[in-house]
Design a protein around this ligand. Structure first.
Ligand code: XBP
Length: 270
């Protein structure tokens, strides 16, 4: 029985990386006289590093023209990141980052069904606030039983901290929650916390290795292309479909002790 649905943000709720964070970083670079720009492809490579500030520090560590002094690099990363987040908020509030297909429908279906939902993200709290306030309303927090961002969980994905904090806040055991993720770091974070995962492929992770996921597919907004197969009569992935997948995965699993979740089993197998 699923008692909560935990949502990743970037790449899962919306395609925020390519059209949001990357674009905002480039504007911040320009405004601050930083001499480089991130292409779509280069940003995709940088996504191996979680956290915008950490990503920028990582990029600087490989550039000859970056400041040599570590403290100067830290200070520059701080300034760029702060401005990037302000610019990102502007992009969101201009309506340039739509929710991905099927997300709004599943959010309101869970809300109407009184299924607790959580936000589990490595992005800063302000970015989540901007995105969800724009797409839901000023009472967006009321849709979620817990919101855990980088502000509350500084150890970023693939560290499982963000998931552990969400489970703690919801007073749930790992096997009672299901996560929706798009990227390898997020999948790993959920699995390390023992939470089972559904994977929706995103722009930067179109064929993301969904090891341990009990379902994966292209979008919550369509029923084709999912593994296991989704009900072909449905036009999107519904809560009922998720429940059926989860029950199927639990039923087909080898016998296990009460404390182990499908997520734990998958992690052991991997
Ligand atoms: C995505 C991230 C974040 C964003 C940028 O997190 O790794 O770092 O790219 O946000 P998730 P910040 O997939 O868990 O939502 O600049 O605030 O770090």
């Amino acid at each position: 029985m699923i008692k909560a649905l935990l949502w990743d943000v970037d790449g899962t709720l919306a395609e925020t990386e390519r059209d949001g964070h990357r674009v905002a970083f480039n504007h911040a670079f320009e405004a601050l006289g930083v001499p480089w720009r991130w292409s779509e492809q280069h940003y995709g490579e940088l996504l191996a590093v979680a956290g915008g500030r950490e990503r920028f520090l990582h990029d600087m560590s490989r550039r000859a023209e970056a400041p040599r002094d570590a403290r100067q690099r830290e200070a520059l990363a701080e300034t760029v990141h702060r401005l990037k987040n302000q610019i990102y908020e502007g992009i969101v509030r201009r309506g340039e980052l739509p929710l991905r297909a099927g997300v709004a429908e599943l959010l309101s279906e869970c809300y109407r069904a009184h299924l607790p939902m959580g936000i589990v993200t490595t992005t800063s709290r302000g970015n989540v606030e901007a995105l969800l306030e724009w797409h839901l309303d000023s009472h967006w927090e009321g849709h979620f039983a817990t919101i855990v961002s980088a502000n509350e969980a500084p150890r970023k994905k693939p560290d499982p901290q963000v998931y552990r904090l969400a489970l703690e806040a919801l007073r749930l055991r790992p096997h009672e929650a299901v996560a929706i993720e798009d990227a390898p770091a997020g999948i790993e974070a959920a699995r390390r916390a023992g939470v089972s995962v559904i994977v929706t492929h995103s722009h930067y992770f179109p064929v993301c290795a969904a090891v341990g996921a009990f379902a994966f597919g292209p979008s919550l907004g369509r029923s084709e292309g999912w593994h296991p197969r989704a009900d072909p009569r449905a036009t999107r992935i519904t809560l009922d479909q998720i429940m059926r997948w989860y029950t199927g995965a639990t039923k087909n699993a080898p016998r296990r002790s009460k404390r182990q979740s499908p997520g734990n089993r998958a992690a052991r197998r991997a």
